[in-house]
Design a protein around this ligand. Structure first.
Ligand code: FAD
Length: 384
């Protein structure tokens, strides 16, 4: 992608983020409130529709640009998690949906009129073992009847549509465990209170995450995306983009921590000199800087491969792992550099520290990435 375009987009994001300082995020965090105004501003600036092709009303930009947008949001102390899924969840629909489904939903998603930012995959008993999910969708005439439960379905209360993974053929009746799972685009406006119940989960960060219950929820058969039984593969194809974009947010967090720590280390005087003059203070920040730079190269490589349509599973996974570890190291250095003030809400460090911790767990935990690398890059036996 033309670097001038990326520079311009970063500038737009920076200007927008300047309207949402730490005070805004602190208040939202305290009340566990959704950052509606921020999401509206991003939507109106067209930043959340960057990946939707122009023919459906989006900007048709490559992943490298979406990556720059999310990185810049986080570099500037804001948080894209309230709406990042609006950017990429539509990928399942775009790649595997029918032309009718694309025409029905994508223009509305591009304009922001329709919010598709709920992704119902994880379940309480299956956890990371997605093929063991127990939510079922049973065909009944022109409808499917859905029963079961999801957990950690983020932004469900702030979404009109949900991409839902459910089992359509029992696990013991399929040849491979990944078979028999299907993916649906659920119009939540039709089913909330009518088969679908959403319960918020209060967590250590302000993330609008929920658990979702399905009790004989009826959805039209036309909600099925692609072929019945192939849903797991469809979901997998979207995961590389998600991992690369989350890695980009981590890079932004790391950058914020490193800048904030360095500024504080220069200004704070103890024993008659800047604390930043001490190598014990400098080195963790310098190390985090080096780790962040290395992670950034991996993210750029993953974007390059993704945008060229080449396989990028390993690079997407390594991006997410390295960037989430770099942001955590940077957060740790930042909180330590701030001493006691690192714990004071008004410095924003403790909040960002909590927020960036998530990314070693979601959307996929580090152990599972290491398992992927071991199996697919090193040809070691599958461990699970
Ligand atoms: C705030 C938040 C938001 C989320 N948003 C969404 C969302 O919108 N949609 C959605 O579908 N999901 C979402 N998730 C779920 C997330 O993507 C994780 O996949 C999910 O949390 C993992 O399942 P689990 O928590 O049950 O962990 P488990 O699967 O129980 O794993 C627990 C620990 O054991 C380790 N472990 C498990 N199996 C192995 C193994 N074979 N080898 C080595 N280690 C292993 C894991 O690495 C992990 O550290 C979210 C989670 C959180 C916390």
């Amino acid at each position: 992608m033309d670097s001038d375009i990326i520079t311009q987009i970063r500038q737009t994001v920076r200007q927008l983020c300047a309207e949402y300082p730490g005070k805004y995020w602190r208040e939202k965090d305290r009340d566990r409130a959704y950052p509606t105004e921020f999401v509206k501003a991003l939507t109106e600036a067209g930043l959340l529709s960057s990946l939707i092709p122009e023919e459906y009303g989006g900007a048709g930009l490559p992943l490298s640009v979406a990556s720059a947008i999310l990185e810049e949001i986080h570099t500037n102390g804001c948080n894209g998690a309230a709406c990042h899924a609006q950017m990429y969840t539509m990928g399942t629909l775009l790649r595997h949906g029918s032309e009718e489904q694309r025409q029905t939903y994508l223009p509305g998603i591009a304009s922001g009129e329709l919010r598709l930012q709920a992704f119902g995959v994880t379940e309480p008993t299956a956890g990371t073992d997605t093929t063991s999910i127990s939510t079922t969708a049973v065909r009944d005439g022109d409808e499917y009847v859905v029963n079961g439960q999801k957990v950690w379905t983020s932004r469900a209360e702030h979404s009109d549509l949900m991409i839902l993974l459910a089992r359509t053929t029992p696990k013991d009746k399929v040849a491979k465990r990944a078979d028999g799972l299907s993916v649906f685009v659920v119009d939540m406006r039709e089913v909330v209170g009518n088969g679908m119940t959403i319960r918020p989960i209060r967590t250590m960060i302000n993330h609008a995450t929920t658990e979702v219950f399905f009790d004989n929820m009826r959805i039209p058969a036309s909600a099925l995306i692609g072929e019945e039984g192939k849903g797991f593969r469809y979901i997998l194809t979207g995961m590389n983009a998600e991992r690369i974009l989350i890695a980009s947010e981590c890079l932004g967090d790391a950058d914020w921590f490193i800048r904030t720590a360095s500024d504080y280390a220069r200004d704070r005087k103890v024993f008659g000199r800047s604390i930043g003059q001490n190598q014990g203070v400098q080195f963790p920040i310098a190390r985090a800087y080096a780790e962040t730079k290395a992670a950034k190269l991996m993210v750029q490589e993953a974007c390059r491969l993704y945008d060229a349509g080449e396989p990028c599973g390993a690079e997407a996974n390594m991006s997410k792992m390295l960037a989430s570890e770099a942001s955590w190291a940077a957060g740790e250095a930042c909180i330590q550099t701030h001493g006691g003030f690192g714990f004071a809400e008004e410095y924003d460090v403790e909040r960002k520290f909590r927020e960036t911790r998530l990314y070693q767990i979601a959307p996929i935990s580090t152990n599972l990435i290491l398992s992927f690398i071991a199996e697919h890059e090193l040809e070691l036996p599958r461990s699970y």
